[in-house]
Write a protein that binds this ligand. Structure first.
Ligand SMILES: C[S@@+](CC[C@H](N)C(=O)[O-])C[C@H]1O[C@@H](n2cnc3c(N)ncnc32)[C@H](O)[C@@H]1O
Length: 230
């Protein structure tokens, strides 16, 4: 049975929590997730070398958006997150992209209400959807898929819940690679986390095709899929 607790939106809207999390998130060469962010940009570039609009949902400080805006210098980006603390950090970290970035504070469980535009060539999200149960995850994918342009990509880099034995192995070995600057603050999750199959099923149920896990390390997966052509 899933444990209930405060919603992710409530947790992340607490400035003390968000500030502590930002202080512990690894950067540069200590950040294991720079590789899958870059792989995502390169995979999209294979067939969509000039995306016009990139939307990053639950963007935090904007790490994923930053990689994509760098890879696609003519694209515009939309940063979206529920946390005012993350907004302040992202405005600093993404300042180098100038007016290429629009900022929208809102809830990823109500994307249209948050004012996200339609017709995105790429929608990304990372390390946020693991707060959802399977039904919430599928509802999120459904709404996000509806905001994609034909041929647009939905990319999600997130943690899944593997079987217990693999969870133990992954957590033990991952420590050798994932070096937080400071211990992360206590972080409530609704266990068990959704599985890789829950994600793949959600992509397909949302009408997305060419669905795959493009990268995986330990319990973190890069999910990718496309809206079919018009
Ligand atoms: C672990 S951080 C990841 C940030 C960023 N995506 C990254 O990978 O660096 C999770 C982010 O999800 C955001 N978030 C959590 N629940 C949300 C919700 N319901 N709507 C929008 N953003 C949410 C938090 O504010 C936080 O910035």
């Amino acid at each position: 049975m899933r444990q209930e607790g405060p919603t992710a939106a409530q947790v992340w809207s607490d400035p003390a929590f968000a500030t502590a999390w930002l202080g512990g998130d690894p950067n540069g060469t200590r950040d294991l997730l720079e590789l899958p962010r870059t792989i995502a940009a390169q995979l999209v570039a294979e067939e969509k070398p000039e995306p016009a609009l990139i939307v990053d949902i639950a963007s935090g400080a904007g790490k994923f958006l930053s990689v994509l805006l760098t890879a696609f210098p003519r694209a515009r980006g939309v940063w979206m997150d529920v946390s005012e603390t993350m907004l302040q950090q992202a405005r600093k970290d993404l300042a180098g992209f100038g007016d290429r970035v629009d900022f929208q504070v809102g809830d990823m469980q109500a994307l249209r209400a948050a004012g996200l535009p339609e017709g995105a060539d790429i929608i990304t999200t990372s390390r946020a959807s693991h707060h959802f149960d399977r039904a919430e995850l599928h509802a999120f994918y459904q709404e996000a898929a509806g905001l994609l342009a034909p041929d647009g990509w939905l990319v999600n880099l997130d943690h899944i819940g593997p079987e217990d034995i693999w969870d133990r192995r992954y957590r033990s070995v991952r420590r050798k690679y994932w070096a937080p600057a400071k211990p992360a603050p206590a972080h409530h999750h609704n266990y068990p986390l959704t599985s890789a199959d829950d994600h793949l099923d959600g992509y397909r149920a949302a009408g997305l095709t060419e669905v795959d896990i493009a990268w995986k390390a330990f319990y973190t997966c890069l999910f990718a899929g496309r809206r079919p052509p018009a």
